[in-house]
Structure formats: structure tokens, C-alpha cells
Write a protein that binds this ligand. Structure first.
Ligand SMILES: [Zn+2]
Length: 330
């Protein structure tokens, strides 16, 4: 990934590492703690590039060393990943053997351990011994979702960096940089906490069909047509199994939230920007309490989809509720 994007996604952590480097205060072991999708691995590769880049004002991300690091083919950068959810003593031993070889290229050596909490006790103790041996130019990066699952003795020898979730606008930028449509990127990012999860949405085979279905429902609402009949006509082939209904309700309630934002005049928070004209027509007919009640019903149905014998009936009830209008209320 581009370092520019990483610097926006994890500014504090990147700055801290750069500062440690500039002041010659790099720790020999770091724990990167954060949920999946918080770019711990990208930051680890950035760290390696920072130490091995050929450019003086690097890391550049483009030189031979940076490219080899990005592709995990640089001999000085060793990545340990769990196999069958386990990191064994043998895997740590292999790492040590590799780093004791003189054939490795000159310069600093960095090893990365992904899901470091998956080290069993033998592996953790082997790693601890390795951390205790003095190596000037060897750096350990231990990536984990939960640092408390690491040995306290390992943690006390490491500096811990916390990785927070990535802001939505960064996820949107990343998706757009990969060629995804602007509005679809915004929708997928709003439904997700990580770029990968957003991509899973975008690559879902019925994602666009679900967007279309939700769009058609709100158009029918604006046109004062029957939502139940519209749904009856259009949901076939799109919503086949419970999982499709979960996805449908995620998108449906996202659109509904947009209406609530619209009512509150928080226009920049609206995700479905292209639907603003339709939304305006609906907003002229509904007050905020109605919109919020409808949203609550959607969220409730979604939370019970697995238990519902008849999700269709529950959906019809939501749609009937939505058909109420201000003038009918009075
Ligand atoms: Zn470089």
C-alpha cells in the first residue's frame, strides 16, 4: 500500500516510529496491538522499509529494497504466520537460524510475527530467549489483536503501539484508488470497519441488486406507491437466503439513517448522496419521530432474522409502517 495512505490511516504510530528512528531510540521489539484491518502489517512493512530503503530521505516505497519488502521477498525481513492457528517453537527456531546465517544481506534485520498471541508456551519462551540475546541490528514486530495474551515478560521487553480503527474517509479513498465507484465505495465503507470488509461487500454478487432493490423501495415511497407490492415484485432472485436478508437490512437501514440525517440537516453525513432528490420528497412527508421509529423496526427485524420463521411477514410489517405519511397522521 502507498505510504501516503498509511500515514493518513495511522498518523500517530507512523510518526512515533519515524521519531524513534530519527532520535536513534528505536526499541528492539514492538507490539502492534489493534483489530484486524487497522493496518498493523502495512505499518510493519513501513518500519522495515524505513530501515532498509535505498533512498536517504525514504522510505520511498519504490526502490528495489522497498519493493522486495512489500512483496515479502527481502532476505532481511522475515515473516512468521500461524499455521493451523498455531505458532510453534520450531517456527521461532527457524527464524533464529535464518537470522544467524551470515549469508543474509548486510543492514538491519526485521522479523514480523503475525497473530503473535497464537504462539504456544514453547514458542513464546523461545522468542523470549531470542529477545534477551543482544542483537544490535535485529528488530522484532509482534502483531496482535490482544496484547494481554502475550507473555508479560515479552510485553515488558517491547514498546506497545495501539492501532485504532481506520476513519471511513480513508477507507473510501483506498477503495476509490482501486477503481471502485464513488457512491458504492461510500456505501461499502459505511457498512464496514475495515477496507477488507468493505471490499467483501463490493464483491458480493448481489450487492448491486440489493442497492437497486432498496433504491426502488424508496422511490416507490416517494411516489406514494405500495411498498409491499413493490417488494413482492422486485425481491425475487435478490433475497434468497437469510444472509441476503441480513445484507438487505444493513443497506435498508443505512438509507433510512440518511433520511434521519436529512431531517437533522446533517447533509454531509448522507451516504446515498445521489438519492438526495428522492429523499427530499420523502422528508417533506415525514417527521423525525416517524423516521426513527421505522429505523428502529428495521434494526429489530434484522437482529431477529435468524429466529424469524417468516422474515417476509416481518418485512411487510416494516413496509406498511413506512407507508404512513404526515397527512395521514393528522
Ligand atoms: Zn525505498
Amino acid at each position: 500500500m502507498a505510504f501516503d495512505t498509511l500515514k493518513k490511516a495511522q498518523p500517530e504510530n507512523v510518526r512515533l516510529l519515524e521519531n524513534n528512528r530519527r532520535k536513534n531510540r528505536l526499541a528492539h521489539a514492538y507490539v502492534f496491538e489493534g483489530m484486524a484491518g487497522t493496518k498493523k502489517m502495512d505499518t510493519a512493512l513501513f518500519f522495515a522499509s524505513m530501515l532498509l530503503c535505498n533512498e536517504t530521505d525514504g522510505p520511498c516505497g519504490a526502490c528495489r529494497n522497498c519493493r522486495r519488502i512489500a512483496h515479502e521477498t527481502h532476505p532481511n525481513v522475515y515473516v512468521v504466520r500461524p499455521e493451523k492457528k498455531n505458532i510453534t517453537k520450531t517456527m521461532i527456531r527457524d527464524l533464529q537460524t535464518e537470522f544467524h546465517k551470515t549469508a543474509v544481506e548486510s543492514g538491519p534485520k526485521i522479523y514480523l510475527i503475525e497473530e503473535a498471541e497464537r504462539m504456544n508456551a514453547y514458542a513464546a519462551n523461545a522468542l523470549l530467549k531470542f529477545l534477551e540475546e543482544p542483537h544490535n541490528d535485529v528488530f522484532a514486530l509482534l502483531l496482535t489483536e490482544n496484547a494481554t495474551q502475550l507473555l508479560p515478560t515479552i510485553r515488558s521487553r517491547s514498546q506497545t503501539l495501539h492501532f485504532h480503527t481506520i476513519p471511513h474517509d480513508i477507507i473510501i479513498d483506498e477503495l476509490k484508488a482501486e477503481g471502485y465507484d464513488d457512491e458504492e465505495a461510500r456505501i461499502a465503507a459505511a457498512l464496514s470497519r475495515t477496507t477488507d470488509a468493505a471490499k467483501t461487500w463490493l464483491n458480493r454478487d448481489n450487492f448491486r441488486d440489493i442497492l437497486e432493490l432498496v433504491g426502488v423501495l424508496y422511490e416507490a415511497l416517494a411516489d406514494e406507491e405500495s411498498l409491499v407490492l413493490t417488494f413482492e415484485r422486485d425481491h425475487f432472485g435478490v433475497l434468497r437466503q437469510p444472509d441476503d436478508y441480513l445484507a438487505f437490512y444493513d443497506v435498508f437501514s443505512l438509507y433510512q439513517k440518511d433520511l434521519v440525517y436529512g431531517k437533522m440537516k446533517h447533509y454531509t453525513s448522507i451516504v446515498f448522496q445521489s438519492k438526495r432528490p428522492v429523499m427530499d420528497r420523502i422528508l417533506s412527508q415525514k417527521n423525525r419521530a416517524m423516521l426513527v421509529e421505522e429505523l428502529e423496526r428495521m434494526v429489530e427485524v434484522r437482529s431477529r432474522i435468524d429466529q424469524y420463521i417468516n422474515v417476509r411477514l416481518a418485512t411487510d410489517n416494516v413496509l406498511l409502517l413506512m407507508e404512513r405519511r404526515m397527512n395521514h397522521e393528522a
